[in-house]
Design a protein around this ligand. Structure first.
Ligand code: VGL
Ligand code: ZN
Length: 208
């Protein structure tokens, strides 16, 4: 597959807290790093996202008396999973994995920095309305196809891919450059959603 100057590689949340020994470790999370470094070298346009929460963030289970991680609460924007405290602004857990070649990035988008709202997607926060600014960037740069990789497949990768597709981009998720959390069948639901929405999945090999 030929990569063009109208394509962008969107690298989601490759941060220490989502890797082994991190606060919200995704199984095998760090395995995406060499894969992403290899494909990033083939793209002119590379955007990274960084989950970037204040310590009093509403998505953190310890901020809700009597709640445990992975339970859910109802907020005015819908159901919110409560997570272990992770990716707190300025902490080592919020840093990109040390081996991720961040020098390839044209843009780093931070998300989830408002106390009262989570942001899985790189384009819109969890109310599906508040923009991160990335959509404006992609449109102004006249980018057409968004290739998505990173963590976690069934949360931030999924929401980012869905929002990009809804906004009219061609979207391809690079499956072997992603890893999932898999809460209550969320990886299966992600694959089904991709099929229903016309989000394609590609292998790393196809892009090398
Ligand atoms: C993520 C849960 C909470 C992700 C971020 O990057 O998929 N998941 N914050
Ligand atoms: Zn988060």
């Amino acid at each position: 597959m030929q990569i063009s100057d109208r394509d962008v590689l969107l690298v989601i949340d490759v941060q220490n807290d989502f890797c082994t020994a991190g606060a919200l470790a995704v199984p095998g999370g760090e395995k995406v790093v060499p894969a992403i470094n290899r494909i990033a070298a083939n793209f002119t346009n590379v955007v990274l996202t960084q989950d970037w929460h204040p310590s009093d963030h509403i998505s953190f289970a310890p901020n809700h008396a009597g709640k445990q991680p992975f339970q859910t609460i109802e907020l005015d924007y819908g159901t919110q999973v409560l997570w272990p405290t992770h990716c707190v602004q300025g902490t080592a857990g919020a840093e990109f994995h040390a081996e991720l070649e961040i020098i390839r990035a044209n843009l780093v988008v931070r998300k989830g920095f408002r106390r009262g709202i989570d942001s899985y997607s790189a384009l819109f926060e969890n109310d599906h309305r508040t923009p991160t600014g990335l959509l404006g960037y992609l449109r102004e740069r006249e980018l057409k196809t968004v290739f998505v990789a990173g963590l976690a497949l069934d949360f931030c990768v999924r929401f980012s891919a869905e929002d990009a597709r809804k906004a009219g981009f061609e979207v391809a998720v690079i499956e072997d450059a992603c890893r999932g959390i898999d809460l209550d069948g969320s990886v299966g639901a992600t694959h089904q959603s991709f099929r229903e929405r016309g989000i394609s999945t590609v292998s790393l090999e196809a892009l090398l």
